[in-house]
Ligand binder design. Structure first.
Ligand SMILES: Nc1ncnc2c1ncn2[C@@H]1O[C@H](COP(=O)(O)OP(=O)(O)O)[C@@H](O)[C@H]1O
Ligand SMILES: CC(C)(COP(=O)(O)O)[C@@H](O)C(=O)NCCC(=O)O
Ligand SMILES: [K+]
Length: 275
């Protein structure tokens, strides 16, 4: 164990996952995940103020005070290293200039058979889920993009798929057409009529029923290969999708484990294991 590792093992540290919509934060004490929360991207000027701190303690104070501003119910203090994973290169470029930031790369994840451009969020969530519930495992991440990522009994990547997530499908229709309204995914609290008679419900119907049918189809194809596999869903639309599946395809929904923090479970295991 090197000194850096020792710091992670014994002390509080922050995990930062940079997604395409927002920042995902976690506070760990040693190997335990204490709490997790989401924030918007921070202005570059704010991040640069962190970098101007003269000492690690000052740096951490500034990060912490910024996070406290965002989330006042988290009492953070003391020096915190940050373990960062990102699927947004322009954001990585800003954050990696800071001291105390260590970037997690694909090479650090002990999955077999990965391809070089696999998203680090997908690899971390897969590793976190597999190490927790066992392999084979399928992870569905319903973020900006919706991804399926599966590994077999040998902790080897089988593969997956990427499609526009729920919010992105609504955004694309709202932004790339002349007269469709921009709908918000979070406003869907019940399934629309399948054959709708107004524009918002027609958009909702098309997007949600197609997405649910697609998820069902991918899950069935996975279970055909690995009948005993656990299947987990994470990401910002996880609850909406699980609830909708519950109504539409209850037997599929019954197989889905909902867990918000799969990426941080993976991060915790990686950060602690790295020598
Ligand atoms: N407060 C929120 N802000 C942004 N997106 C949200 C929020 N609550 C739920 N969502 C949903 O979460 C999805 C984004 O998921 P998330 O996991 O945060 O994305 P990413 O990891 O790609 O940044 C969007 O499709 C959106 O519908
Ligand atoms: C597929 C993703 C865009 C998902 O990102 P997210 O929606 O979580 O922000 C990201 O994992 C990524 O950029 N992946 C690289 C390509 C791949 O995994 O094959
Ligand atoms: K995702």
């Amino acid at each position: 164990m090197n000194l850096h590792n020792h710091i992670y093992r014994e002390n509080p540290w922050l995990g930062l996952m940079i997604g395409n919509s927002r920042l995902h934060w976690a506070l760990f004490s040693g190997e335990t995940l204490d709490s997790a929360w989401d924030t918007d991207y921070l202005p570059e000027s704010v991040i640069q103020q962190f970098a101007q701190a003269q000492t690690p303690e000052k740096f951490t104070d500034r990060v912490i005070s910024q996070l406290n501003t965002i989330r006042r119910d988290t009492a953070l203090s003391g020096p915190y290293p940050i373990s960062l994973a990102s699927v947004v290169p322009s954001q990585t470029a800003i954050w990696q200039t800071l001291p105390n930031v260590r970037i997690i790369t694909l090479a650090q994840i002990p999955l077999f058979g990965v391809y070089p451009t696999l998203g680090i969020d997908r690899a971390l969530a897969l590793w976190g889920a597999g190490k927790t519930w066992g392999f084979p495992i399928l992870v569905i991440d319903s973020g900006t993009a919706l991804t399926f990522t599966g590994a077999d009994d040998n902790q080897c990547l089988v593969g997956g798929a990427i499609l526009p997530g729920l919010g992105l499908q609504f955004a694309t229709l709202g932004q790339k057409t002349g007269q469709l309204p921009l709908l918000e995914a979070q406003l869907i609290n019940s399934l629309p009529p399948r054959f709708a008679l107004n524009t918002p419900e027609a958009i909702q119907s098309g997007v949600i029923y197609t997405l649910l049918a697609g998820i069902k189809d991918f899950i069935e194809a996975w279970l055909f290969l690995f009948p005993e596999s656990k299947i987990a869903i994470t990401g910002g639309d996880r609850i909406l999708l699980k609830n909708s599946l519950q109504i539409q395809f209850p037997e599929i929904a019954a197989r889905l484990i909902v867990e918000q923090n799969l990426i941080f479970w993976g991060m915790e295991k990686i950060v602690i294991e790295i020598e």
